[in-house]
Design a protein around this ligand. Structure first.
Ligand SMILES: Cc1ncc(COP(=O)(O)O)c(C=O)c1O
Length: 443
């Protein structure tokens, strides 16, 4: 039996309607920006394998670090024990983050990083005797993962209708998205801030925390906002004493052109969530980094104020070793400069793409570039737009892994992509958009 046949018999895939989805493609190996199938077909990974890959697949420096760590200490319980990879990685992350973010809590993935952050914010109030703060605030269109707390703050993404009755209480405030050539942004921001003010006026003293994807909302369609908008939102929220949680699970580790998006946003959060690119795309690992004040609110003489949260694989040494190797590559390979070059090339591509009829809302940040297909009103992240799967299939035929989100087509290549590979990707994608234009340009 082939791998695909075995898979079809026994495996249940994520975010997939198993009854109608095309057969999964069997990947045999990967290198640099490319994936190779068992039958020899090659795809450029323009989605960085669900936004995790940073320096390219199977990077030898990370593979070496992992192999060495696997022969030394593969895993150990992290309550009551520590080890060099976890301690060194915590130190390295704290060095890279602004003060007062200085306590690293490890977990396994983006959702658990968010779950831990929400619980920290919530319990921090309880530990200080404040019981009224039972609400969270999040942006409309936010996505923060698929566990219950993360679903609650991301419910406006529209993925979680079956769970509506069992989610936490959350207020959603508008996200003033923008794009190149947008002349309505100032008005949209003013209106969004006015709605936020109304929420804060009503519920400000009941909020336990505010969570946001800084500068780019990934899963709702690479929707971008201006740094000054995010700053204004965070200032208003912080003025109510509400902790700000930045979810940098997608934006972290260079994706937006700086190591963390908060550097460009000029926002100082109380908690930050990191995962995905943390290990360069090799292993699941997450870090929720909290401020001194949040951390200290959990200190006490008995367990009642402790953070009763942990996972079997917390601070897995292999993951931590991969993360340290990945962070070292940012310096030795000048990763942020590579990402700046990708951005320049993406910008030239966007300028060509928007000349096609029906291609709208061009936007770019770091290694991310995105456009919408169809009329302005069709909305970003319309997952039911039929054009997405067609573009994905045609791109696969032509050797590109592109995963449109409904009517949003985006590129997010790993930093190692060569100028030739990127130019091939840009040319092919323009061809595919041109071919598909009759499907979306009237929409
Ligand atoms: C901003 C953000 N937060 C959290 C998550 C959840 O991460 P994970 O899929 O590792 O649970 C994602 C995943 O796409 C994300 O984009």
């Amino acid at each position: 039996m082939s791998i695909t046949e075995i898979d079809l018999r026994h495996v249940w895939h994520p975010f997939t309607q198993e009854q109608t989805a095309p057969e999964p493609l069997p990947v045999a190996r990967a290198q640099g920006a490319s994936l190779f199938l068992e039958d020899g077909r090659e795809f450029l990974d323009l989605a960085s394998s669900w936004w995790v890959n940073v320096h390219g697949h199977c990077h030898p420096a990370i593979a070496e670090a992992l192999a060495g760590q696997a022969r030394t200490l593969e895993h150990v319980i992290f309550a009551g024990f520590t080890h060099a990879p976890a301690a060194r990685l915590a130190e390295r992350l704290v060095q890279a983050l602004p003060r007062p973010l200085d306590r690293v809590f490890y977990s396994d993935n983006g959702s658990t990083a968010v779950e831990a952050a929400l619980k920290m914010a919530f319990q921090s109030w309880r530990n200080r005797g404040e019981r009224r703060r039972t609400l969270f605030l999040a942006f409309e269109g936010a996505y923060h993962g698929d566990t219950f707390g993360a679903m609650s703050v991301g419910r406006s993404s529209g993925f979680y209708a079956p769970f509506e009755d069992v989610l936490l209480k959350v207020r959603h405030t508008p996200f003033a998205e923008t794009w190149q050539g947008d002349d309505g942004v100032a008005e949209r921001e003013t209106q969004a801030l006015a709605e936020l003010d109304a929420i804060l006026e009503r519920d400000g003293k009941r909020l336990a925390g505010f969570i946001a994807e800084p500068l780019v909302q990934g899963a709702s369609g690479m929707r971008m906002c201006r740094p000054e908008f995010l700053r204004a939102v965070c200032q208003r929220v912080a003025a109510q004493g509400v902790p700000v949680i930045l979810d940098e699970v997608m934006t972290g580790f260079g994706r937006t052109g700086t190591l963390f998006a908060l550097e460009q946003a000029g926002v100082l959060p109380d908690i930050i969530c990191l995962s995905k690119g943390l290990t360069g795309g090799f292993l699941p690992l997450a870090a929720t980094v909290a401020s001194t004040a949040i951390y200290e609110s959990f200190l006490g003489q008995d367990f009642s104020t402790a953070f009763a949260h942990g996972h079997s694989y917390t601070a897995n040494p292999l993951g931590c070793a991969a993360a340290l190797a990945s962070l070292a590559l940012f310096e030795s390979e000048r990763t942020l400069e590579r990402i700046a070059a990708i951005r320049r090339a993406n910008q030239a591509w966007l300028e060509q793409a928007v000349r096609l009829p029906g291609v709208t809302r061009p936007r770019a940040l770091g290694s991310i570039a995105a456009v919408n297909l169809g009329s302005e009103g069709s909305g970003a992240g319309d997952y039911h737009a039929a054009v997405g799967p067609l573009i994905k299939a045609r791109c696969l035929d032509l050797g590109l892994l592109v995963r449109p989100m409904g009517n949003v087509v985006y590129l997010m290549p790993p930093a190692c992509i060569t100028p030739e590979e990127l130019s091939r990707a840009h040319g092919t994608l323009l061809q595919v958009l041109r071919e598909a234009a009759p499907l979306y340009s009237q929409a």
